[in-house]
Design a protein around this ligand. Structure first.
Ligand SMILES: [Zn+2]
Length: 292
C-alpha cells in the first residue's frame, strides 16, 4: 500500500499526564519512509513557550523511532528511550497514527511527554485530520506477514493473534472494582471506527491507586479534565462518561498504540484480555519474532 503522512503541520499543547510538564507536540509531515518518530530537544525538559522554535530546530538531529526496540519502560504508559533521551506516554499519539493509517510522521515535542489533552486520543486525531492525510506516491509499505497464530499468556492476561484481512481488535476488560467489572469490545480498526469507538475513550485511574502513583512520580498532571477517577461508588470526570464501557475502549486504544510499535500495519484478528502496557509490548515483540 502507498505510504501516508500529513499534508501540513498540526499541533496540540498541554500538560503531560504523568510528568505534569507542559509540552507542545507538533505533528510534521515526513518526506521519506521514516516511520513514526519522536524528536525532542537535547537536554529535554521544561522549556518556556518562547523557546519552542529553537527547541524544535534542535530536535531535528535526535529522532527516537517509535519501535519496540526503543521501549524503555511500561509503567502506566509506554516510554521510549534512545541516546539518553526519553519520551513518555507515547501510546495515544501512536494509536492515532495506526487508527488513521498514517505511516510516516515526525512528532516534535518541546517537553518529555505529549500533552494529556482530554485523556483520550481524540484531540490528536482531530488535529491530524484538520491537517489532512496525504498519500506519498512511489513510497510503498507492506503489511506485516503474520502467517500463523501467536499467543501470549501471563497470569490472567492473554493475547492471541491470527492472520486476517484487516486489523480486528477484541479486548476484554475484567476488573474486580465494583464500578468497572467485565466488559468487552470488538471492532475492525479503520479510520471511521477508530474515531467513533476508540479515540474518544479517556484514560482512567482508581482513587485508591492515586497516592501510590503520585508517590512513584506518576499522574502528576492528572486532573478530572484529562482522566476519569474511579471511586467506590462512581466515576468522576469532566462532562461525565462518554461511553458506558469507556475503560475497555481505552484499553483497546492503548493496545492499538502499543501494536503500532511494530512499525508497519498489522493484518490480524487480535483477541486480548486483562491487558496492560507491559504485556502489550511483550506481545508485540513476540509477534515481531514470529514474523522473521
Ligand atoms: Zn492510555
Amino acid at each position: 500500500m502507498t505510504r501516508t503522512t500529513l499534508k501540513s503541520d498540526a499541533s496540540v499543547q498541554g500538560v503531560g499526564l504523568h510528568t505534569g510538564l507542559p509540552c507542545r507536540a507538533v505533528f510534521r509531515p515526513a518526506a521519506g519512509p521514516t516511520g513514526l518518530r519522536f524528536l525532542l530537544p537535547d537536554g529535554t525538559g521544561r522549556l518556556s513557550p518562547q523557546s519552542v522554535p529553537q527547541a524544535l530546530r534542535a530536535a531535528g538531529s535526535s529522532p527516537i523511532p517509535a519501535l519496540l526496540e526503543n521501549v524503555a519502560s511500561t509503567a502506566r504508559g509506554t516510554n521510549l528511550t534512545l541516546g539518553g533521551r526519553t519520551v513518555h506516554t507515547v501510546e495515544h499519539i501512536l494509536a492515532c497514527c495506526a487508527g488513521l493509517g498514517i505511516h510516516d510522521l515526525d512528532i516534535l515535542m518541546d517537553g518529555p511527554e505529549p500533552p494529556a489533552a482530554d485523556g483520550s486520543a481524540l484531540p490528536f486525531a482531530e488535529a491530524m485530520l484538520r491537517a489532512g492525510v496525504a498519500e506519498k506516491p512511489g513510497q510503498e509499505i507492506s503489511a506485516l506477514p503474520l502467517t500463523g497464530t501467536v499467543e501470549l499468556k501471563d497470569g490472567e492476561a492473554f493475547y492471541r493473534a491470527e492472520p486476517a484481512g484487516g486489523l480486528f481488535l477484541s479486548v476484554l476488560f475484567d476488573h474486580p472494582h465494583p464500578m468497572l467489572g467485565r466488559t468487552e469490545i470488538a471492532l475492525e480498526i479503520k479510520p471511521d471506527t477508530f474515531l467513533k469507538e476508540i479515540a474518544p475513550a479517556r484514560t482512567f485511574g482508581l482513587r485508591e491507586e492515586l497516592d501510590g502513583l503520585k508517590a512513584a512520580g506518576l499522574a502528576r498532571g492528572g486532573t478530572l479534565e484529562n482522566a476519569m477517577l474511579v471511586e467506590r461508588d462512581g466515576i468522576l470526570c469532566s462532562g461525565g462518561p462518554r461511553f458506558a464501557d469507556e475503560p475497555v475502549r481505552h484499553k483497546a486504544l492503548d493496545l492499538l498504540g502499543d501494536l503500532a510499535l511494530l512499525g508497519a500495519p498489522l493484518l490480524a484478528a487480535v483477541r486480548a484480555g486483562r491487558t496492560g502496557h507491559r504485556n502489550n509490548v511483550n506481545f508485540a515483540k513476540l509477534l515481531k519474532s514470529k514474523l522473521r
